[in-house]
Design a protein around this ligand. Structure first.
Ligand SMILES: Cc1ncc(COP(=O)(O)O)c(C=O)c1O
Length: 405
């Protein structure tokens, strides 16, 4: 039996997966042109405006408002919607902290609804059950690039008169039932942080099909100005969340590569999902059959320790890393239990004279945090050999830890 790399043996894979970010002379030219133009900020330049239009058009949205990052995009939407102290926003506990912290930063209370085991996205049944008279909005996350059940969420929102702010920060180009995510709800947010499927180092955008939301977001992102108002006329209390021309110039060049890369990720992810069926105890998240396209920002797996000699997911990830496969452990605990979220929620409730509540139980999310594994988006950007190496490494670890398999 070959010795595991973590025990000093030779790794299955020595070649790195494609490096990220990727760029070519398109990004170089865009940056130099921006430099030489002397127009480095959005009010004078052309890249931010053009990127807003191009990204919106590529996602079937009428309006785009570029901002500094995805966290800011979420906060801007909430402020534009006047979600305020004591209002509640229903969201998922299985996400990056910014989804919930954006709510708390405007004084609103995130109310967590559990996820579905087949998608790791919000369970619409739990969403409906979480609605209270304080609920103002639902914030679905298209986790890992897989669209949430937008049919059910939009239906609930319409019936209960709630706003939908999509957190599409991991879901560039993802498609739900033939519609790109991000403008299915009232507003949608994307991140262009360094790990995302297209990146400007940092960056974010809000998409919407509603002119009023676009103008309100623009105003919040521009220190409370009106788009056609006087420069020093501030009609709302807000801050500066504008994207720079540098990032927008790079993002426009990145956009040109997005479609081909999305196709490559899909091709390899589907092949990997099929190939992994020979490894018991490594089960790709099944996904919703109504999803037209998963952006595969993360390739997600359920890990079954009982098929790997009882070793926990963290030990498996470490062994795979040593074999040259960048398996990640993912979110360590549901956001509903994260101390900063719990403490700030309690602070807001206390200030408003509301009774304190214990964190809501989210058993599916607990399980996903305990047994979930990720492969980052540059992995399915490689080739067949890259996928075969994942299967070979998993089989090697399994044979070492559970020789009967
Ligand atoms: C689901 C989700 N929401 C929000 C964000 C925040 O985006 P940013 O890092 O650009 O602030 C991220 C990304 O990190 C994310 O993955």
């Amino acid at each position: 039996m070959p010795k595991l790399a973590i025990d000093g043996g030779a790794p299955v894979r020595t070649q790195p997966y494609p490096s990220w970010p990727q760029w070519d002379e398109g990004e170089e030219r865009a940056l130099l042109d921006t430099l030489r133009s002397g127009r480095w900020w959005a009010p004078e330049g052309s890249h931010v405006r053009a990127f807003e239009q191009e990204f919106a058009a590529q996602h079937g949205a009428q309006y785009g408002v570029a901002v500094t990052n995805g966290s800011a995009a979420l906060e801007v939407c909430l402020r534009a919607a006047k979600v305020d102290w004591g209002d509640e926003v229903i969201t998922t506990p299985y996400t990056f902290i910014a989804t919930a912290s954006s709510c708390l930063l405007v004084g609103a209370i995130p109310r967590f609804a559990d996820i579905r085991p087949d998608t790791w996205n919000l369970d619409p049944v739990q969403v409906e059950a979480a609605i209270t008279p304080r609920t103002k909005a639902i914030m679905p996350v298209h986790i890992a690039g897989e669209p949430a059940d937008m049919d059910a969420i939009m239906d609930i929102a319409q019936r209960r008169e709630l706003l939908v702010i999509e957190d599409a920060c991991q879901a560039h180009g993802a498609v739900w039932q033939g519609r790109k995510v991000g403008a299915i709800g009232h507003m949608g947010c994307f991140s262009f942080q360094a790990s995302k499927n297209i990146t400007g180092g940092e960056g974010g955008i809000i998409l919407t099909n509603h002119e009023e939301w676009a103008e309100r977001c623009w105003s919040v992102a521009n220190v409370g100005r009106q788009r056609h108002g006087e420069w020093y006329q501030h009609t709302g209390l807000a801050s500066n969340y504008r994207l720079s021309e540098w990032a927008a110039a790079v993002l426009r060049a990145q956009l040109a590569r997005m479609e081909e890369q999305a196709e490559r990720r899909t091709r390899n992810a589907l092949y990997l999902a099929e190939a992994l069926s020979e490894i018991s105890g490594l089960e790709p998240v099944r996904g919703d059959p109504r999803v037209t396209r998963n952006a595969y920002h993360l390739f997600r797996l359920w890990y079954g320790p009982e098929h790997f000699g009882g070793c926990p997911a963290s030990a498996f990830a470490a062994a795979m890393n040593a074999e040259g496969i960048p398996v990640r452990r993912g979110y360590p605990e549901p956001l509903s239990r994260q101390p900063v979220i719990v403490e700030r929620t309690a602070f807001i409730r206390e200030k408003l004279g509301l009774p304190l509540e214990a964190p809501v139980a989210c058993p599916v999310c607990e399980d996903a945090c305990a047994r979930g594994l990720w492969l980052p988006q540059n992995v399915p950007l490689s080739d067949r050999q890259g996928m075969d190496d994942i299967v070979a490494a998993a089989a090697k670890v399994q044979h070492a830890w559970q020789p009967s398999m």
